[in-house]
Design a protein around this ligand. Sequence first.
Ligand code: SF4
Length: 155
Amino acid sequence: MYYSAYHQVDVVNGTGTRCTLFVSGCEHQCRGCYNQKTWRSDAGHFFTEALEKAIIDDLNDPRIRRKGLSLSGGDSLYPANLFAILKLVKRVKTECEGKDIWLWSGYKMAALSPKQKEIIAFVDVFIDGKFEQALADPSLKWRGSSNQVIYYFNR
Ligand code: SF4
């Protein structure tokens, strides 16, 4: 998997202070996409074991308390990303006690594949669906257009 950016401290992608990973790879091609540079699956940098470990360490760093990890993009549920994302979310849930995971994806909940659902089982907040320019509304929280649904799972 490749990623376009990693923010060790982020306060705009989900509630509280968070770590945020912007993965590369997206097939949805939404008109008005805010992050087109992440569409190519090999855009940016290779997601290494070292970065995976750094994310776990950041989430557990007591000096800056993070509420959890946000996964944006690109699309974390893009087929080429599934293996690495599943490994990452499993690690967060086993090694980072009490941390939540937020995940944004262009795929709709009802159409997820079994492998994508396996990832969502570790996610606390899932925002689904493509960005629809005709339904865009800047007053919406955590989503860009009103067709997108926010699922708060009570894990
Ligand atoms: S799903 Fe997100 S990253 Fe992909 S094209 Fe749509 S807005 Fe852009």
